[in-house]
Design a protein around this ligand. Structure first.
Ligand code: MN
Length: 248
């Protein structure tokens, strides 16, 4: 267990050409960073990068948008899930209207959820674009682990159902800048709030975000909630302690 001041609960370290300065940034600014991956075949690279650090956690994933081409990696995914507590990026993406592909995504996601439940104590970073309803249904209300909805963009009703089911929410700087994102943030309970950047997929003013930008997410939440930046940061640290991700 480590001490940390901030959390980036969803960051794609492996997609940056030069990871060394980013790792140094996480350590210098005390940012616990969950380095998600999109396919099990690229997990080892991130695992190697994370192994010599204090604050980077390598996360094994199979992104729903890659299920059409990488479903054959599911057995590797299930096997590697015993090597790390962190699972992601996983989930469902219904931007595709192809019902066969949606069903294939559900089958892969449900296999991952079953394996996570049997291993226990796993922390999942979950993608749910246009699929919040089915993601909430698949994870269920009795999931044994931590289910984090990354960049949640469902309806307010779906948000309420996700809260009821026990999900956490990782909020990023793009969300705090959008009207719909701010409406959702207003409805997230303090005890379920985490932050993320989703770099390099989130860019602000032409710059691909790195973990230090979680500060912008903290600032944005503080603004929406009418709370102080320090109290929001403290709330997030309390959540991380309760989840056993940082020391008390
Ligand atoms: Mn992502």
């Amino acid at each position: 267990m480590v001490a940390a001041e901030f959390i980036d609960a969803h960051f794609h370290l492996d997609l940056f050409k030069d990871p060394a300065p980013i790792i140094a940034e996480c350590e210098a600014r005390s940012i616990l960073t969950i380095a998600v991956t999109n396919a099990p075949s690229v997990f080892f690279h991130t695992q190697r990068l994370a192994s010599s650090t204090k604050l980077i956690r390598a996360s094994v994933g199979l992104h729903p948008e890659l299920v059409h081409s990488h479903a054959h990696e599911l057995p590797d995914m299930l096997r590697l899930m015993s090597e790390t507590r962190f699972i992601g990026e996983v989930g469902l993406d219904y931007c595709t209207t192809d019902e066969t592909l949606r069903a294939k995504q559900r089958k892969v996601f449900e296999a991952i959820l079953d394996r996570a439940a049997s291993l226990g104590d796993r922390v999942l970073s979950i993608h749910s674009r246009r699929a919040a309803g089915d993601v909430i249904k698949s994870v269920g209300t009795a999931f044994k682990g931590v289910a984090i909805l990354h960049w949640f963009s469902g309806s307010s009703r779906e948000l309420d159902r996700a809260i009821e089911a026990g999900f956490y929410f990782s909020v990023n700087p793009a969300m705090v800048q959008s009207k719909s994102g701010r409406t959702l943030i207003a409805g997230i309970p303090a005890e379920r709030l985490l932050t993320e950047t989703d770099g390099p997929f989130v860019e602000i003013k032409g710059t691909k975000l790195t973990p230090r930008s979680v500060q912008q997410a903290v600032n944005g939440v503080a603004e929406v909630w009418g709370a102080s930046v320090e109290s929001v940061a403290r709330t997030i640290r309390d959540n991380l302690k309760r989840l056993g991700l940082i020391e008390m």
